[in-house]
Structure formats: structure tokens, C-alpha cells
Write a protein that binds this ligand. Sequence first.
Ligand code: HMG
Length: 298
Amino acid sequence: MTDPTEAEINAFDITDAEAAQINAIAHPLLADPAPDANDDLVQIDSTVDGTVFITINRPAKKNAFDAATIAALHEAFETLHGADNVRAVFIRGAGGTFSAGADLQWMADAAGWTESDNRDDAMGLARMLKALHDIPALTIAVVEGAAMGGGAGIVAACDMAVAVEGSRFAFSEVKLGLIPATIAPYVIEAVGARKARQLFLTANTFDADYAAHAGLIDMVLPEGMVDEFISMLTDSLTLNAPGAMGEAKRLVRDVAGQKIDSGLLEETAKRIARARVSEEGQEGVRAFLDKRKPRWAE
Ligand SMILES: CC(C)(COP(=O)([O-])OP(=O)([O-])OC[C@H]1O[C@@H](n2cnc3c(N)ncnc32)[C@H](O)[C@@H]1OP(=O)([O-])[O-])[C@@H](O)C(=O)NCCC(=O)NCCSC(=O)C[C@@](C)(O)CC(=O)[O-]
């Protein structure tokens, strides 16, 4: 994966006046900030232009997630399901690690539980990952440091991921006598079944370049470029119709893996027909023909 070219960077540019106009439109998360509980384990920050930052904040344990952290993440992700005006959700880890995956003390404690208790407990993690996957906005993992086991699973469950040079990844579960079970659907979706078998069975640690090559992340960022990447991406997203972004995400979810038959053709034609007559569809096409920037309802 190569770094963005200057032309690609410029394509994200909007003027200060446009940014000010967009920033003037407040979104609901600001009026009613997300989660009150679990502020310590998970930090949530939002900006006026529809960007949310969720930071896993347990640096003393390398952002490993126990039941309380999973509950806090789940709550944060679910809050975003109805936030129509949020365009981008960045997931980060505090203190120089993305996440060390499942808390191994918690895993050890569970050895004394019944299989059924363990299953119920694992469902908490499975539901948290699904809540992340179901966020209608674009989700982006920003890896700075290690993303291990379930931490790399969170990366896979996002729509997009970047990692700073020097970041490390591993699906280390089989080294621990465990398996990457709840994260498997997302990892397989990201890298394919064959690569997932290789990564899961070797449990080797790999670097950001290899993660990009495998398809687990989209881009390797040079050290010190995270803020610039975030601002470039968020600026570019303010140009997109928020409703259409959500529809496009649902489209991929619903169409992926389907047989291309007449039923699917009908379905996709119905969706573009709906988009063409929508307020956004009308405004976006009209703006192009009028040679002006579109104005999206927030
Ligand atoms: C992350 C690095 C590279 C940092 O490596 P480092 O920077 O050298 O830091 P460290 O190893 O000295 O760790 C600092 C502190 O964090 C703790 N720590 C660290 N990780 C964990 C953890 N997971 N659970 C609980 N505690 C953890 C560690 O025990 C230590 O605590 P202290 O001794 O200071 O009290 C290293 O610590 C490491 O390799 N950790 C283990 C990562 C790992 O193997 N994760 C897989 C977990 S299993 C899993 O995720 C299962 C799952 C979810 O996939 C199952 C499913 O899919 O269903």
C-alpha cells in the first residue's frame, strides 16, 4: 500500500469558508453527548462536522478489554446507530497501544465457569463487535502500537483501518490455547478465508506493511501523520451526502455474497431509484450541473 499522492491529498481539500459553513451546522451528538457511564474505560469525543472519536482507555493493561470495557464499547457503538449526521467514527487506543485484545486475567477467571456461562459471557464480546459493525457511519480504526487478538478483531470489524509505521499485529489466540472465534467473521471478511487460516494458525506477529498487504488495514501512515490523515479524511467526508453514505454501507452489507440473479437486479434498481428521487440525490446532481458545491441537510 502506498502513501497518498499529492493529487489525492488535494482532492480532499475544501476551503476555510466551506469548512466554516459545514461546522456551523451542529449535529445531535453535540446537543446530547454520548455515553455518561464508563467514561473512564472508553472516551468519546465528537466534533460539529459529524466526526466521533472513540478511544479505548485502559493503558495500564494495554487496552485489553474485560467485561466492563466491552460493555462500555458496546454502549458507545450502539449510541451511534441512530446518529444520522455522523459521517465518521475513529476508533483509537490510549497510551501507544491500540488494544491487547481480550483481558487474559478475565479469560483465566472464566476457566472456573460452566460452558454455558462462558458462552453467555462470550456473547457480550460478539454483540459488541456486531454493534461496531452495524454503525451506519464510516468506521475507521487508527492503530498506533500493538493490535493483538481481539484488538486486531476490532480493526477488522471497522470499514477502514490505518496503522502508523512500527505498529504490530497478531492473532495470537492459538499460542494461548484459545481460538479467534468471535472475531473470525470480521477477519475473514477483511482478509479472506485462506489468509485468515494462515494468520490464525501461525499466530505470528506481523508489521503494518504486512497488515496492509493482507488486507487487514488500508494504509500505513508515516510517524506523526495521524492528525493530518484524520483531518484530510474528515474534510473529504463533509462533501458527501450523509444519508447516501449510510445507504451505501447498507447496500454493501445486503448485497455482499448474493447471487447475481433477477431478484438482486430488482433490488439494486429499487435502491438507486429511491436515491435518485431523494432530496440528497436531487441536490447532488443539480449542484454538479450548476457547477456548485452541494448543500446537504444536516
Ligand atoms: C500488547 C503487548 C504486545 C504489549 O507489550 P508490552 O508493551 O511489552 O507490555 P507488557 O507485555 O509488559 O504489558 C503491560 C501490562 O499489560 C498487561 N497486559 C497486556 N496484554 C494483556 C491482556 N491481553 N490481558 C490482560 N493484561 C494484559 C500485562 O500483563 C502487563 O500488566 P502488568 O504486569 O504491568 O500488571 C503484550 O502485552 C502482549 O502481547 N499482550 C498479549 C496480547 C494477546 O495475546 N492478546 C490475545 C488475547 S486472547 C483474545 O483476544 C481472544 C479473542 C477475543 O480473540 C477470542 C474471540 O475472538 O472469541
